[in-house]
Design a protein around this ligand. Structure first.
Ligand code: PLP
Length: 286
């Protein structure tokens, strides 16, 4: 396995940074999660743009251009001879001292890691995922914005720990107002009487799969409403599904032991999953 490391492609054992890297010390950095299908990178521009936006939001200048980043992502994939893969660009603040001050960190470190990848939830796409509401809240927009894909994913990890402990496949966050927010690594959609609802992205990550799902649903004539969704809406939904680069589009059929609809993945979710499969395998940057 070769890892991109500040312009070089090195064996993974050599892709290491210092213990003084603020990415390690403080989670000071940003990342992306990208997929390649059939050797083509899905939504490359969108992911690179979000990486640069995340960096800008934490006042970190990525020392290469968007074009160089895009080429490095494609080259990492080629060097590893992968066609169905997950790609993880990471930009950490770089090496500083033990203080917080990022001005001590002279240059960010850039890594791109890739590995072979298939659909994350295996046969759960057929039966649906069991979700668990968690006590951990997603970051509030007035603190560390959930729009920043930062290396600080502790809330998401705590949510995952809660879901694991309760035997769930995925966690569902509420925001600080008690509205449904998103999963630990995916956005959420709720369907009622043929209409599709998804929470506005002020409280959650501006998911690239979410945007794709909205487009696909609208193309198929469904009304998609970006509005606050409460627990009542979740428990009484006809269908629920989540979207994410790693999860793709995955049905949720149980929340906290309650059945969603009749407890089987619903027809609009099914249509979405199929449409998503088609778009990922027929588009993308070679
Ligand atoms: N929400 C969170 C917290 C995530 O980490 C992710 C994964 O990237 C998503 C949502 C889904 O976003 P995307 O579809 O861009 O992968």
């Amino acid at each position: 396995v070769l890892v991109y490391y500040n312009g070089d492609y090195v064996p993974k054992s050599e892709a290491t940074t210092s213990v003084y890297d603020h990415g390690f010390l403080y989670g000071d950095g940003v990342f992306e999660g990208i997929r390649a299908y059939n050797g083509r990178v899905f939504k490359l521009k969108e992911h690179v743009d979000r990486l640069f936006d995340s960096a800008k939001a934490i006042a970190m200048e990525i020392p290469i251009s968007r074009e160089e980043m895009s080429q490095a992502i494609l080259e990492t994939l080629r060097k590893n001879d992968l066609s169905d893969a997950y790609i993880r660009p990471i930009v950490s603040r770089g090496v500083g001292d033990l203080g917080l001050d990022p001005r001590k960190c002279k240059t960010p470190n850039i890594f791109i890691i890739t590995q072979e990848w298939g659909a994350m939830y295996g046969d759960l796409y057929e039966v649906g995922l069991k979700a668990v509401m968690v006590a951990t809240r997603r970051n509030a927009p007035d603190a560390l914005s959930p729009n920043i894909k930062s290396l600080n994913y502790l809330n998401n990890i705590l949510a995952k720990i809660e879901a694991n402990a309760k035997g769930g496949d995925e966690a569902i966050f509420l925001d600080s107002n008690g509205y449904i927010c998103e999963g630990s690594g995916d956005n959420i959609f709720i369907i009622k009487n043929g209409k599709v609802y998804t929470p506005p992205t002020i409280s959650n990550l501006k998911g690239i799969t979410r945007a794709t799902a909205i487009e696909l649903l609208m193309e198929r004539g469904y009304e998609v409403l970006e509005e606050n969704v409460g627990l009542f809406d979740l428990f009484t939904a006809d269908e629920v599904f989540v979207t994410g680069t790693a999860a793709e589009a995955a049905p949720i059929t149980k929340v906290d032991g309650r059945l969603i609809g009749d407890g089987k993945p619903g027809p609009i979710t099914g249509e979405m999953v199929k449409a998503f499969e088609e778009i990922t395998t027929t588009t993308g940057t070679p």
